[in-house]
Design a binder for this molecule. Structure first.
Ligand code: BGC
Ligand code: BGC
Length: 632
């Protein structure tokens, strides 16, 4: 039994020991986390990336991990300041090459603002910002804009394509953006598809040949350099092989539809370019909106564990991360929890939500909590994302390096775009060797594509769909003719409404109006039909009826020319040549030779599509690979 004295003294002891414990706790709370994060292995650039990833992953809560897997679009987070930090978002994008800001510096300042929010979080994991710099970083109005991929395929010069990618990378990173959603390694098998121009060719061999140089062009020798961006091979896999009429999106006919091919055919036609991209070290792959049907009915690639995990990550050995396409996860099922679960379990690592990020993170957390998505799968996804962030040097240099901003749209860069445009011209007819012109002729220029920067840029140029009224800066074909042939007398009349007497030669530039994705699919309910507009058809008839004439097509794909070619002496496919109209004028006047060849078969009529080299009843107007040459 204790003495009365001892009983009196006991509360004292209690208070003393509680105070000591509390003090110790305070010291631990203040000191330990601070100390451990500052000296944390993941912040040590001298350690191998794998060690840094493992260390960081070990410190992350499940909420932080799910945040890393979330990509939101900037208009969505703009309305909710603080959300980038509060949700710990791993990535932001601006879709559609939209020119939200005018200069590289303004883009960089916007992105740095969000980066600051990300760095202020507990672990300070930087965001990775992505954009569709698919033919130059056309979201910056003064940027250099290259021919769309179909033109690069016509040029058939991998080294040149690689240089266009390297310049795009430098101009993109100079705006604070370290990630492009390019290249499209789509193999367009039906020119009625609105994304045909994003494809290098209908021939998987040519697409595969481009993949290596282009991926290296974007990513450079060292991803952390201020001239490199992370590349995205897209859209994995079969996006260009969908069957006409199989799409269930809006009024689309092909885009986002079903690729009805056997696995052998899918591999032969559409997989090979991705194998090349993986071998080139591509850091990310975007899943295709489309479905495949390997015997058990259509399955969205976004939910296809066989294609994403077994084939891409297993067989091909892809070590980067898979990003979903724009709200593509929502297309898997009307039941959002099921859609999220299936996508992540199939192998999607980052989800381009793009705006309902609160619902996405809550849903994925609930799925993990319920054990329907394993923590291992989450750790794998996050490790893949963090690996690329470390490789990009984002932990060391999270903020934009705009020191190369002055080179955006520089003369040197534009010279390469001009070279690429010239190399992409395909001469399809040249009666009496009309071309090249000598440069001292009197020339009558007509057609909707002659003086239209917007039409020669096409989609993904300052706006998602592109615009007849261009947002970006450049030289039209008419301006180019003036510069390349200063001694020529040039009369321009879009509709050929000026008198026609006394000219040596007419140049009629017919064109498609710009479009992107399924909006450009040919089909009922869409505005595009691959045919000449009535005005362009009339201009051809009028000018070519009155003088020797050249017809140039400015389009994302072949156009139906049946019935329009009678009086035409020379015919040139210019594709979507980009910001440098001089590149189209160069071979016209002999400053460069015509060397391009058709990267896609040119059908006689639109209804003949799909027309592809190797078809049993192959009977195009101009065959795949055709192209006349002129002397260098
Ligand atoms: C397209 C992708 C693009 C993404 C972001 C999607 O609609 O299919 O190619 O990268 O949007 O703009
Ligand atoms: C497209 C995106 C695009 C966005 C632009 C979406 O429907 O799929 O690629 O960036 O619209 O608003």
């Amino acid at each position: 039994m204790g003495s009365p004295l001892a009983r009196v003294r006991r509360p004292w002891l209690w208070i003393a020991s509680v105070a000591v414990l509390a003090a110790a706790l305070v010291v631990w709370l203040l000191a330990v986390p601070g100390e451990s994060e500052e000296d944390a292995a993941y912040l040590d650039p001298s350690l191998p990336v794998a060690d840094r990833v493992a260390d960081l992953l070990g410190r992350m809560t499940i909420e932080e991990k799910v945040g890393q897997m979330t990509q939101a679009e900037v208009p969505a987070v703009q309305d909710s300041p603080g959300d980038v930090g509060d949700f710990g978002l791993g990535s932001l994008l601006s879709g559609g090459s939209e020119a939200f800001y005018d200069t590289p510096e303004a883009w960089a300042a916007m992105i740095d603002g969000y980066q600051r929010e990300a760095l202020d979080t507990r672990l300070g994991i930087p965001i990775i910002y992505g954009i569709d710099a698919v033919h130059g970083n056309a979201a910056v109005p003064g940027a250099t804009i290259f021919p769309h991929n179909i033109g690069l395929g016509a040029a058939g010069d991998e080294e040149l394509a690689g240089r266009t990618a390297a310049i795009t990378a430098a101009e993109t990173r100079a705006a604070g953006i370290p990630w492009t959603f390019a290249p499209c390694l789509c193999v367009a098998r039906d020119s009625r598809w609105g994304r045909t121009y994003e494809s290098f060719s209908e021939d998987p061999e040519l697409v595969t040949a481009m993949a290596d140089d282009v991926v290296h062009g974007y990513q450079g020798e060292d991803l952390s350099a201020n001239t490199s961006v992370l590349a995205t091979a897209k859209h994995y896999v079969g996006d260009g092989g969908t069957a006409y009429g199989s799409s269930t999106t809006d009024s689309y006919t092909l885009d986002q539809g079903v690729t009805e091919l056997s696995e052998d055919e899918l591999r032969r036609l559409h997989l090979a370019p991705f194998r090349a991209a993986v071998e080139a070290g591509v850091g990310s792959v975007m899943a295709s909106f489309s479905s495949t049907d390997l015997g058990e009915g259509p399955l969205k690639v976004h939910a296809d564990g066989y294609l994403l995990t077994t084939v891409l990550k297993g067989e091909l050995g892809f070590e980067g991360f898979v990003v979903s396409d724009w709200a593509g996860v929502s297309q898997i099922s009307d039941d959002y929890a099921e859609a999220v679960r299936e996508a992540i379990n199939a192998g999607i690592d980052m989800v381009m939500v793009p705006d309902q990020y609160e619902a996405f993170t809550a849903t994925l957390l609930a799925e993990v909590d319920a054990g329907r998505v394993s923590e291992n799968r989450i750790d794998d996804a996050v490790a893949r994302i963090l690996t690329q962030k470390f490789a990009l040097g984002l932990f060391e240099h999270p903020f934009a390096d705009t020191s190369l901003a002055a080179e955006v749209g520089s003369e040197e860069h534009r010279a390469v775009a001009r070279e690429a445009a010239a190399a992409s011209q395909v001469l399809l007819r040249n009666e009496g060797d009309l071309l090249p012109l000598s440069g001292d002729e009197s020339v009558y220029v007509a057609g909707s594509g002659a003086d239209s920067l917007g039409r020669q840029l096409g989609g993904w140029s300052g706006t998602w769909q592109g615009s007849v009224n261009a947002v970006d800066e450049g030289t039209t074909i008419l301006d180019g003719i003036g510069e390349v042939a200063p001694d020529a007398t040039v009369q321009y009349s879009q509709r050929a409404s000026e008198p026609l007497d006394g000219y040596d030669v007419g140049i009629v530039v017919v064109a498609e109006n710009p479009y992107a994705e399924g909006v450009g699919d040919v089909g009922p309910g869409n505005d595009h039909d691959m045919k000449l507009s009535d005005q362009d058809a009339e201009a051809v008839e009028t000018v070519c009826g009155a003088m020797d004439c050249v017809v140039i097509t400015v389009s994302g794909r072949p156009m139906e020319l049946e019935g329009h070619l009678d009086g035409v002496d020379a015919l040139v496919a210019a594709w979507l040549p980009g910001s440098e109209g001089e590149g189209v004028a160069d071979p016209l006047f002999g400053l460069a030779p015509y060397t391009g060849t058709l990267p896609v078969s040119w059908p006689r009529t639109v209804d003949d599509e799909p027309v592809n080299v190797g078809d049993a009843d192959y009977d195009p107007l101009f065959a795949y690979g055709f192209g006349l040459e002129t002397a260098p």
